[in-house]
Design a protein around this ligand. Structure first.
Ligand code: C2G
Length: 132
């Protein structure tokens, strides 16, 4: 079984996230999503999500492409996750291009997927705050 892993906050779930998850699953047979915890978001990513970790986890687990959701609590956990879960492919949007190439040292394929244009959680929040 070819295992794929991806990481993110996935707040205010939108079609850009779904496009990413669909393509991530297509890279293998089993997709693990490492979901940024509320604390990791607040302390390390300097962002607060609208939905809590538990709410975001529930939404992700309802998506047909997602097989398992684990917490992302630190930037440094990726190597350990790849070993622990026997991951074959690491994938993430190409806004991170080049940032995780070191994971190839773990014998893991690294795939950067093109982001879906013109949609983001930040854009949704901005539009809503302007009453659009
Ligand atoms: N994404 C996308 N297209 C968009 C928006 C997001 O392909 N229009 C992808 C991102 O590239 C990422 C995933 O959807 O792969 C989740 O997006 P975020 O929640 O914004 O992820 P991010 O905050 O970049 O977290 O350790 C890695 C980080 O946790 C990644």
């Amino acid at each position: 079984m070819k295992k794929v892993i991806t990481y993110g906050t996935f707040d205010l779930l939108h079609y850009g996230h779904i496009n990413l998850l669909r393509r991530a699953k297509a890279l293998g047979d089993y997709l693990i999503v490492a979901l940024s915890t509320d604390q990791f978001n607040r302390c390390q990513k300097n962002k607060t999500s609208y939905f809590s970790y538990e709410q975001r986890k529930e939404l992700l687990e309802a998506i047909r492409y997602v097989d398992m959701v684990i917490p992302e609590e630190s930037w440094e956990q990726k190597r350990g996750d790849i070993k622990k879960y026997g991951v074959d492919v690491f994938t993430i949007g190409d806004d991170w291009k080049g940032k995780f190439d070191f994971l190839k040292e773990e014998g893991c394929e690294v795939v950067y997927l093109p982001r879906t244009p013109d949609i983001s959680t930040t854009q949704i929040k901005t539009n809503l705050s302007h009453g659009n």
